[in-house]
Design a protein around this ligand. Structure first.
Ligand code: ARG
Ligand code: ZN
Length: 458
């Protein structure tokens, strides 16, 4: 009641002071955040604060049912708004406990609340949905999202696959915290981001509750289900480490993880304090998939990872996860950095130097794929190509030689410190590099990041 009165007063005042007459008029939220590679990824008009995902899944039948409670805040007055969701039957949608109407069109779930949501207002959307899961593919035909296997699910969402398993504002510009409540048949293990809060068994079902309390981009969320053993240990500065390793793998499957603690210390010294509240790995037994993803706090590996892959996914926790790309064309800020971190780790542990990694790649012929794409704008179907990873890492080595170790390592630290828990663009990186080095670097970056082909001089 009181709220209604306040609303009336607030609106009257707003009407009096608003300059354009309809500045506070409710209008639909946009169907995308404006990322040219994926125009429908994410949505406009609100900011998600927390996802509370309640999932029940039976691997044998691939039957999935979910209830997502999404706490958000309106960034404009909303007559309706969108979520991203692919597949499933939506059973009901409520906004602040009241039934809302909804329509579906492709990946867009459009929700019309019973009354407008006012700008600045916090609201909660609850969506119940169910269906049978499969093997979704991205725009290149690669598996992504909730990928179903007979023994469980392998979950990897990059770039916009979170919408294959829950209704979401599916873009890294809207980070949120997460609660996961995942119910699976007894004997199966469900692993998500963050820390395990509880594990309870009742009448043949086990419910795992996980909480990820650091802001997270949706493409980094996971809820992998399988025949995992959970192992709890501690890393540097007592950081909780939770690994999940498939029981069907041979004992040496986790050999690549052996130096994780050392890696955390090394990268923390170089980049800044480890960003999140825990770490660990998920190692599945789908060796053929050859896939790894830096899911936040808990990277997933489709099979036993090598040490350099482990270093790569760990480095992403700083570069990619805490500092995320503003747009998907900035993907080299993830992959070039993580590849360069592999080189640093290798040099640190007595292997090839970063300079020699650069030389080896530079010797590749002019026709090699590494020179094919534009590093800082590779195209929506080329997010994970060699130009982005390898030429991206070469760009950092060339920059290091140009501005010197002192500026370069100060830059790596500042890039993280200034942009943590947020997003940043290539232009931001160039500006910071110029500021720290006090050099004019646009010709250098034009050559390395914005021109395809093998750089001749820089
Ligand atoms: N970001 C992942 C990595 O650690 C790669 C993801 C590859 N995704 C794909 N659809 N091929 O490098
Ligand atoms: Zn990567």
């Amino acid at each position: 009641m009181r709220r209604l009165v306040l609303t009336a007063v607030t609106s009257a005042v707003a009407l009096l002071i608003a300059t354009p007459a309809d500045a506070s008029a409710a209008r639909p939220g946009a169907s995308g955040v404006g990322d040219a590679y994926f125009p429908l990824a994410g949505n406009g008009g609100y900011d998600v604060r927390n996802y509370d995902l309640n999932i029940r899944y039976t691997p044998a039948t691939k039957a999935f049912s979910g209830k997502a409670s999404i706490d958000a805040r309106a960034l404009q007055s909303l007559s309706r708004f969108n979520l991203d969701l692919r597949g499933f039957e939506v059973r009901s949608v409520t906004v602040d406990g009241k039934a809302a109407t909804f329509t579906r069109d492709g990946q867009e779930l459009t929700v019309t609340p019973r009354r407008d949501v006012r700008r600045g207002e916090k609201f909660t959307v609850v969506v119940t949905y169910d269906g049978t899961t499969g093997q979704p593919t991205d725009n290149t035909g690669a598996l992504y999202g909730w990928v179903s296997y007979d023994d469980g699910s392998f979950v990897a969402n990059e770039p916009e696959g979170a919408s294959t398993w829950y209704p979401v504002n599916d873009h890294q510009t809207d980070k949120a915290t997460y609660d996961f409540t995942i119910t699976v048949p007894d004997g199966k293990t469900a692993v998500a981001n963050g820390e395990l809060v509880s594990r309870r068994s009742e009448r043949g079902w086990t419910t795992f509750t996980w909480r990820a309390r650091d802001p997270m981009a949706s493409y980094l969320s996971t809820a992998s289900i399988g025949d995992y053993d959970l192992r709890f240990s501690r890393g540097p500065r007592n950081l909780p480490i939770i690994d999940a390793v498939d029981r069907d793998l041979p004992p040496e499957a986790d050999d690549g993880l052996a130096r994780t603690g050392e890696m955390i210390s090394y990268f923390s010294d170089l980049f800044g304090k480890y960003p999140f509240s825990s770490y660990g790995a998920i190692i599945d037994d789908d060796e053929d998939a050859g896939y790894a993803l830096e899911t936040q706090t808990r990277p997933i590996y489709s099979g036993a990872p090598g040490e350099s892959t482990v270093a790569h996914e760990l480095a992403h926790q700083w570069y990619g996860n805490s500092v995320s790309p503003a747009l998907w064309r900035d993907i080299w800020l993830n992959e070039g950095f993580a590849t360069y971190a592999e080189w640093l780790w290798e040099e640190h542990t007595g292997g090839a130097t970063a300079a020699s990694q650069f030389d080896t790649l530079y010797a590749r012929p002019d026709t090699a794929s590494i020179w094919r794409n534009v590093v800082a704008d590779p195209g929506a179907t080329n997010l994970f190509v060699s130009s982005v990873y390898d030429k991206g890492a070469m760009t950092l080595q060339a920059l290091r030689e140009k501005i010197g170790d002192r500026s370069f390592f100060a830059l790596l630290k500042a890039w993280y410190a200034l942009n943590r828990d947020s997003v940043a663009s290539t232009a931001d990186f160039i500006a910071l590099a110029e500021r720290i080095s006090r050099q004019e670097l646009s010709p250098f970056f034009q050559t390395w990041l914005y021109t395809a082909g093998k750089p001749a001089t820089w």
